[in-house]
Design a protein around this ligand. Structure first.
Ligand code: EPU
Length: 420
């Protein structure tokens, strides 16, 4: 039995929405609590399936968890009994791979199920494994599991072949307790990497350069407990901004960080939106106009995020003119395009480029969510489609969006969850 989302399109969205903590910061930070020899208290943790899965993984390892009001979570990882992440959980959430670095770094052992492929591409983890090997871990693959063993890791100079977000995070966490200095070159510069580094430094780690492509980690003997507030979700923010832009609406996103959305705001302005920002808010006003099509090229931060690509495809699908969306991060992240075509979108796929000629109006159709951001793109398309769009398999969206239907409903959208 899977939930579906029923959206009746045609309402121009208006109002305020509070942005939750970032999924892609909360997940590595929760994994990072495994490094602490003391209590960690986290606030602004988003209420999401992926967070629940991570808590379940930690619980199975023997970590003590106390969940307070508004997802304020206390984690005590002093007594760990198991050092593994089983397939049944990893297959629902690839980010489980983030347990690898902390477990090997602190306890010298980890057995993590190999994540395998997923709807957006092959997504190998070779760089995570090579980095750990360079730091002295013995890493092998056994029965579908990554088996890593080490006495104490030692510092190393790691030059990553590709920019990898969770790879950088995993290696940074492993290096935090290693003997000596680790340098990660060609590191990911995503704000979530910086947030993790700030969290680890709060526990006593010595990490410099997070947010640049060269991260230096001086290993320490022990990390202590701390309190930390997870940074706001830039992708959730961007998704609501597009929801307003695509419907000709006006929205105020609160508790967010406009400085993390530069590339997205540039494109929304190009599309015709009037945007104002303050320290922790963004107001977007489309004044009832139809957006203009925009060209988008995804790449690692600070360029346009791949996690906003499906949403921009939705915007282009009803925009004035022709827009091209080029995906350079994942090889197969256009599943939403096929579903949007079923709603009447005029999108042509040419390799990793989606060429979209905007139509005046999409028409509702039953569609299928295939991954998290593809689902977000389909929700946005549903908001401007004529009729009732029924989106199946929305468990994908529950993995990464906090209360999406309540938030959209507050903005005036006609949206309903159907459990059958
Ligand atoms: N790659 C390799 N080898 C590796 C690691 C990565 O070839 O060892 C390749 C990947 O196949 C991909 C590219 O490098 O082509 C970049 O992948 P990356 O490792 O950066 O992705 P990730 O760390 O698995 C995180 C986010 C994704 C987001 C990407 C890119 C988390 C938990 N996940 O994934 O978020 O799309 O970075 O920004 O942080 C989402 O939230 O919906 C989501 C998919």
């Amino acid at each position: 039995m899977t939930d579906k989302l029923l959206i009746t399109g045609g309402v121009s969205l208006g109002g305020e929405v509070r942005i939750a903590g970032a999924k892609n910061a909360a997940l590595p930070i929760l994994a990072g609590t495994l490094l602490a020899d003391g209590k960690v208290t986290l606030s602004n943790v988003p209420h999401l399936h992926d967070v629940t899965t991570t808590l379940e993984l930690l619980g199975r390892m023997g970590v003590t968890l106390t969940i307070g009001e508004r997802m304020c979570i206390e984690v005590d990882a002093r007594e760990i009994k198991r050092f593994s992440a089983p397939y049944e959980l990893v297959k629902t959430m690839r980010a489980s791979i983030l347990m690898l670095g902390p477990l090997v770094g602190r306890f010298g052992r980890a057995d993590i199920s190999l994540p395998g492929g997923c709807a957006i591409g092959a997504r190998p983890v070779n760089l995570h494994l090579e980095g750990l090997r360079a730091m002295g871990a013995e890493v092998s693959l056994e029965n579908g599991y990554i088996r890593a063993r080490a006495e104490r890791l030692h510092g190393a100079r790691l030059v990553l072949d590709m920019v990898t977000v969770t790879g950088t995070e995993n290696l940074m966490m492993a290096a935090a307790l290693a003997d000596g200095e680790t340098v990660i070159e060609n590191a990911a510069r995503e704000p979530e990497v910086t947030d993790l580094a700030e969290f680890l430094n709060g526990m006593g780690a010595r990490i410099r350069g997070a947010g640049t492509d060269s991260i230096h980690v001086a290993g320490v003997e022990r990390l202590a407990g701390t309190r930390y507030r997870v940074l706001p979700d830039r992708i959730e923010t961007g998704t609501y901004l597009v929801a307003a832009a695509i419907t000709g609406g006006r929205i105020l996103c609160r508790d967010t960080r406009p400085d993390l959305l530069d590339a997205v705001l540039v494109k929304l302005r190009e599309a015709g939106a009037r945007i104002e920002t303050g320290p922790d808010w963004i107001r977007l006003d489309m004044a009832g106009r139809r957006p203009r099509a925009v060209d988008v090229y995804t790449a690692p931060y600070p360029a346009f995020p791949t996690d906003m690509q499906a949403q921009l495809c939705a915007l282009n699908s009803i925009a004035e003119g022709v827009g091209t969306v080029t995906e350079t991060v994942f090889e197969n992240r256009f599943m939403h395009v096929l579903e949007m075509q079923r709603m009447g979108a005029d999108i042509r796929l040419e390799g990793n480029v989606a060429v979209c000629r905007g139509v005046e109006r999409l028409t509702a159709a039953p569609v299928m969510a295939t991954d998290l951001r593809a689902s977000a793109g389909l929700v946005l398309a549903g908001l401007v489609a004529k009729g009732e769009t029924l989106i199946d398999r929305i468990y994908h969206i529950d993995r990464g969006y906090d209360n999406i239907e309540e938030k959209l409903a507050t903005l005036g959208a006609r949206v309903r969850r159907i459990s059958r």
